[in-house]
Design a binder for this molecule. Structure first.
Ligand SMILES: C[S@@+](CC[C@H](N)C(=O)[O-])C[C@H]1O[C@@H](n2cnc3c(N)ncnc32)[C@H](O)[C@@H]1O
Length: 339
């Protein structure tokens, strides 16, 4: 055997293959609302076990696994949140990001169990399989809609903070976020740049959620809600239009259609900013972007994620004269097209 063969070990394969153990442990902790239970004070194992209604056999391993995974701390036999879980996973905190993970636990985790079937058939593996529709159920329940919109704000917060600095906002007066959900993006942009006005465009049920959020920042005189369906209705005009986590939901003709509508709504010199977990052009490094594209297979009839080069081609084909790709937070990037 050569030395090289000795250096090849199975550890990375096993770690990846069994990698779902850790994430599912975290998702079950959220389902049990463990992090809120520790908000007031650290608790010993028995008190915490009883508070959560866990079996004696499972509790200690569950809590200590969360310590080993960096999601809890244990001092003198008492369990406590870490600074990050206290801030982001206690339901009472304004920065709570668990909405997205609760959705991952209730929906994506079981649906991803049917990934192989999705790979073979190319068909979504979510509620659509049994005739259901996630969005129509969501939009009929105001509380779930609010939670979804909040989750979007949490997920995009890193991007909003980078984008507020990484674009020449001083050259533009108005910005409208298309598919804005709660309005996290326009709010952060308006806070960072007092000269900017505009708002957010989304389906009509999002209006109260958007308006309440914008009012909470005292921005209702600068940001308004534009209700509409971005396929059926004309898009509102602004100097800058944004599509964040929108294009990956749709198939290629739909993507091109949305880009063409944005182009038509922009003035000369205006810009479209598209952001997603954009895949590297060589399609080998941004694992999150590639897995997000598989998530679109699970969730949508024709959606997929794409490279910066793909998106620049679509923008150029639509008429944009300048295009560029720039990094945002983590695995996310933006593609900017100037008309
Ligand atoms: C994945 S969320 C993205 C939210 C936000 N842009 C972000 O990045 O956090 C997709 C948004 O598109 C909106 N949407 C879906 N279909 C739409 C349509 N036909 N017209 C307008 N908005 C739509 C949804 O209501 C939702 O708020």
């Amino acid at each position: 055997m050569s030395g090289d063969q000795h250096a090849v070990t199975p550890e990375a394969i096993l770690q990846l293959g069994l990698g779902f153990w850790g994430p599912k442990t975290l998702l079950s902790a959220l389902e049990l609302d463990l992090f809120s239970a520790l908000a007031a004070a650290p608790l010993d194992a028995e008190t915490l076990r009883q508070r959560l209604g866990l079996h004696q056999r499972s509790a200690r391993d569950f809590f200590d696994a969360l310590v080993a995974l960096g999601m809890l701390e244990r001092r003198d036999g008492r369990y406590a949140n870490t600074p990050a879980t206290a801030r982001f996973l206690d339901r009472a905190q304004p920065a709570y990001i668990g909405g997205m993970l609760e959705m991952a636990n209730a929906r994506l985790y079981p649906f991803w169990g049917a990934l192989t079937e999705g790979l073979r058939t190319g068909q979504p593996q979510n509620e659509a399989k049994t005739g259901g529709n996630f969005f129509s159920a969501l939009y009929q329940d105001p509380e779930r809609l609010r939670q979804f919109a909040r989750a979007m704000t949490g997920m995009s917060m890193g991007n909003t903070q980078v984008l507020a600095q990484a674009f020449p906002w001083q050259d533009h007066q108005t910005v409208i976020d298309l598919g804005c959900a709660q309005g996290g993006m326009p709010v952060q942009l308006a806070l960072a740049h007092p000269h900017l006005g505009g708002g957010g465009f989304d389906l009509p049920p999002l209006r109260p959620v958007f308006e309440e959020y914008v009012r909470a920042f005292g921005l209702d005189d600068r940001l308004r809600f534009y209700p509409g369906d971005f396929f059926a209705d004309p898009l509102p005009a602004a100097d800058v239009l944004i599509m964040g986590h929108i294009l990956h939901d749709w198939d290629l003709p739909e993507k091109r259609h949305l880009i063409a509508k944005a182009y038509a709504a922009l003035p000369s010199g205006g810009a479209l900013i598209v952001y997603d977990a954009i895949i590297d052009d060589d399609r080998r490094r941004n694992a999150f972007g590639l897995l997000m594209s598989l998530n679109m297979l699970i969730e949508t009839p024709g959606g997929f994620d794409y490279t910066g080069a793909d998106c620049r081609t679509w923008l150029r084909d639509a008429g944009f004269r300048e295009t560029r790709v720039a990094p945002l937070a983590g695995p996310e990037s933006m593609v900017v097209g100037v008309k």
